[in-house]
Design a protein around this ligand. Structure first.
Ligand SMILES: [Zn+2]
Length: 107
């Protein structure tokens, strides 16, 4: 019983560490985007790799930070366009690099 709890604690600890490095990588991608676009992309690739390997859940904020198709940092006006569909009354994020469309809930 005791052993099991330790195992769970360990897993929780790993998750905390991983999500910390994830937000660190996303931050780095953001700061390097203008000056070193390739390095920025590399950070996103590493972050996405962490997400996949550890089955992490991204926050809505984190999800809107990068394109999950071409793994580029999303910066409004530069790598990202925002499009409003009047008929459906929804916002879309459109990746400038691969045209991936992501629906944004306005609630
Ligand atoms: Zn893209």
């Amino acid at each position: 019983m005791n052993k099991l709890r330790n195992k769970n604690d360990k897993r929780k600890f790993i998750k905390t560490v991983v999500s910390q490095s994830l937000s660190h990588l996303l931050r780095e991608a953001e700061t390097t985007f203008d000056t070193h676009p390739l390095r920025s992309k590399r950070y996103i690739e590493m972050a996405w790799d962490l997400v996949k390997r550890n089955k992490l859940k991204l926050s809505t904020d984190q999800k809107s930070k990068f394109c999950r198709k071409c793994l580029i940092f999303w910066k409004i006006g530069s790598s990202l366009r925002i499009f409003f569909d009047r008929k459906k009354n929804v916002f879309f994020y459109i990746c400038n690099s691969c045209n991936y469309k992501r629906r944004i809930s306005n609630r």
